[in-house]
Design a protein around this ligand. Structure first.
Ligand SMILES: *Cc1c(COP(=O)(O)O)cnc(C)c1O
Length: 390
């Protein structure tokens, strides 16, 4: 299928039709698979025969999702997991051992920090945090024990953009692997594997589903690396449900169209916010004034749907804004057709200590928006009337 362009791959890659000749992908809601003989069962269990055994190992609907996502990410293979965090867990437990070091950007998803600090550190994995765009710091921290480098680009919620090729070069110089979380960009806007990364981590819960319906995650990499994740999956079992895989397969079909529309709405809203007197700062890569605009333009096809902005007046101002929205949903999720608003300091990043928040730049006056696909005039009107109450 690799001869086809992305829009075609998004709709056709990975399809496995049954003898019923269905044109929409089938949902294989089955935990196990049955055999015609004891010998066939034995052959499939020991791997001498190809075929399905149990849905913790493989499932045809989940495999369709994995193949389609791998095609869009330009990776050799993918493994689907029950959530984005299950993908991170699979990454950590598959690749890391006691004595290894992880070098990770500071401004990352709150649960990612917790997973590294609470669970990986417990097994004597050393975690060093660096400012994502301080390449001297990356170089200083990556040493011979470093097995994994990890960052988000663009980052949530401050829209920092990290140069994938630069960190990949520093990681590879010391024999470390680079995993990039591009949940905000999705494969429709950026393919880190073509820019030097070894592994891409996705939370399919966000824009890949795109309608806030179900959880899912994935890791995309070379066949050799994915085989290590597959071995962990068989033993530990954070598998994706076949039903969720079916929802997410459908999500991939329209992903690039939706990302274009999210980006258009977000751009218009960011431009509105930037000239609003009550807004101190807007963090969105599509604004020429944004620190990382040029790098985002070079690495990404567009700027996506997530942004944040700062209000003077700290938590009170941010909460007043949020309490006065009429159209938007107040929720910590992102990547929905609905526009979503949240206060990172007390929700998505609420489990971080004050020190960790300060280091990550999560201020009390910060508001995050995941700009949806409602009419942009209605979105701007809602933001405008809520800002008037601040
Ligand atoms: C949501 C999210 C995750 C975690 O994914 P889940 O599917 O919620 O487990 C990781 N990274 C980023 C950037 C996210 O937005």
């Amino acid at each position: 299928m690799s001869e086809y362009k992305d829009a075609t791959l998004a709709i056709r890659a990975g399809i496995r039709q049954t003898q019923e000749q269905e044109n929409s992908e089938a949902i294989f809601m089955t935990s196990s698979f049955a055999y015609s003989s004891a010998a066939e069962a034995a052959g499939k269990f020991c791997g001498e025969l190809d075929g399905n055994v149990y849905s913790r190992f493989t499932n045809p609907t989940v495999e369709m999702f994995e193949k389609r996502l791998a095609a869009l990410e330009k990776g050799e293979a993918a493994i689907a997991t029950s959530s984005g965090m299950a993908a991170l867990m699979t990454l950590g437990y598959s690749l890391l051992k006691a004595g290894d070091k992880v070098v990770c950007s500071r401004n990352i998803f709150g649960s990612t920090v917790k997973f590294f600090n609470a669970y990986m550190a417990k097994y004597n994995v050393e975690i060093a945090y660096v400012d994502a765009t301080d390449y001297d710091a990356w170089e200083r921290e990556i040493d011979d024990n470093t097995r994994l480098c990890y960052f988000e680009t663009p980052s949530n919620p401050l829209y920092e953009v990290v140069d994938v090729a630069k960190v990949a070069e520093l990681a590879h110089a010391k024999g470390a692997l680079l995993c990039v979380d591009t949940v905000l960009a999705t494969p429709a806007l950026q393919n880190p594997l073509t820019q030097g990364a070894d592994i891409v981590m996705q939370s399919a819960t966000k824009f890949i589903d795109g309608q806030g319906r179900c959880l899912g995650g994935a890791l995309i990499a070379s066949k050799e690396i994915v085989s290590q994740f597959v071995a962990f999956m068989r033993s530990a079992g954070p598998a994706m449900s076949p039903f969720n895989a079916w929802v997410l397969l459908n999500g991939l079909e329209t992903l690039s169209l939706r990302m274009k529309a999210h980006s258009g709405n977000a751009q218009a809203l960011a431009e509105f916010l930037e000239q609003h007197p009550k807004v101190a700062k807007v963090n969105y890569g599509g604004l020429p004034s944004h620190k990382y605009h040029e790098l985002a333009k070079a690495q990404q096809k567009d700027f996506g749907g997530v942004m944040s902005f700062e209000l003077d007046g700290g938590r009170e101002a941010a909460w007043t804004f949020i309490d006065n929205v009429k159209l938007m949903s107040i929720t910590g999720n992102l990547g929905d057709t609905k526009t979503l608003v949240t206060h990172p300091a007390t929700t998505t990043h609420g489990r971080l200590t004050d020190e960790e928040k300060l280091a990550a730049g999560i201020k009390e006056g910060l508001v995050r928006l995941s700009v949806g696909l409602e009419d942009i005039e209605d979105i701007i009107a809602d933001v405008e009337q809520a800002l008037a109450k601040v």
